[in-house]
Design a protein around this ligand. Structure first.
Ligand SMILES: C[S@@+](CC[C@H](N)C(=O)[O-])C[C@H]1O[C@@H](n2cnc3c(N)ncnc32)[C@H](O)[C@@H]1O
Length: 280
């Protein structure tokens, strides 16, 4: 049974980096008029109230998106991400709503684009369905997202962004995720694949990332914020995105964003990384 609920974590430091870069990738795809599909393998509930008991219990958003609220002079990726957050809250109002990945993408979705969302948890699947109830561009599936990904590629459009954002509740998730991406890439090599990963046990995360690195797939970029040094104690010390086929300038935009975020959200022993792990 699934116990993870993203409502406890919505808007935390990991969401800031993930959603800021996702928004930039979507905007890059829209530089061409040709349609594309956005596939979210683990979509969550859509949008989250920061006033509900979940967010209030952990207060994680206070060390994430709240620290950027109403900041000026942000670098491009953070500025445009915060404008998207304002879209849900109003520029001068309190920060009370946090959009998850499907809602952030929806801000920019054009008529010709579509979304395919997977969510396995019954309650969050229902919330997601309610959120997009009148949207014919969005298909929501209450089934395993990795299987759904393999069934959905190659897309008819031949252009697509895939976000793989599991809860990593089961140890085998790490291996299953890497295997699914490698298989999906064989069927759809030009897609943009964005894998979100946590660092709880560094060796477990690197084992997954090494499977991708050693797969023969080209153009793999690591973007990571460690808010603390790696540790053997319990808890997430870092979070990152591993992007295959990132659009042009994703690395530059990420570096600018992380340079800003590092002193704001990280501790003294934290670090940031933007590195091409596999080149052209
Ligand atoms: C980290 S959250 C997703 C957050 C969301 N992508 C965002 O950025 O706002 C992971 C979600 O995956 C769901 N989930 C877990 N296993 C799944 C599976 N095999 N297929 C689809 N969804 C799954 C969980 O219920 C949870 O809502």
């Amino acid at each position: 049974m699934l116990s993870y609920r993203h409502g406890f974590h919505a808007g935390n430091y990991a969401d800031v980096l993930k959603h800021a870069m996702l928004f930039q990738v979507i905007k890059s795809m829209q530089k061409k008029a040709k349609p594309f599909v956005y596939i979210d393998t683990h979509a969550g509930a859509g949008a989250y109230s920061l006033e509900d008991e979940f967010a209030q219990k952990t207060g994680e958003y206070l060390d994430g998106v709240a620290k950027l609220w109403q900041h000026t002079n942000l670098p491009t990726a953070l500025k445009e991400y915060m404008e998207a957050i304002e879209h849900f809250n109003g520029e001068y109002d309190e920060l009370t709503i946090y959009p998850g990945s499907p809602a952030i993408v929806d801000v920019e979705l054009r008529e010709q684009d579509r979304m395919l969302l997977h969510e396995l948890h019954g309650t969050d699947h229902q919330a997601l369905t309610d959120y997009f109830s009148h949207d014919s561009q969005v298909k929501i599936v209450n089934a395993d997202g990795l299987k759904g990904l393999l069934a959905a590629v190659p897309p008819l459009e031949r252009r697509g962004v895939v976000l793989i954002d599991p809860s990593y509740e089961i140890k085998s998730d790490y291996i299953d995720v890497a295997e699914a991406i490698i298989k999906a890439h064989k069927k759809f090599a030009t897609g943009v694949y964005m894998l979100w990963y946590p660092v709880v046990k560094r060796e477990q995360t690197e084992a997954m990332l090494n499977m991708l690195k050693d797969s023969g797939i080209k153009k793999q970029l690591r973007i990571e914020q460690a808010i603390k040094a790696d540790s053997h104690e319990f808890g997430m010390t870092a979070a990152g995105l591993w992007i295959i086929n990132p659009p042009w300038q994703t690395d530059t935009l990420a570096k600018e964003a992380l340079d800003y975020l590092e002193p704001l959200l990280g501790h003294a022993d934290g670090s940031i990384t933007v590195e091409w792990e596999v080149g052209e």
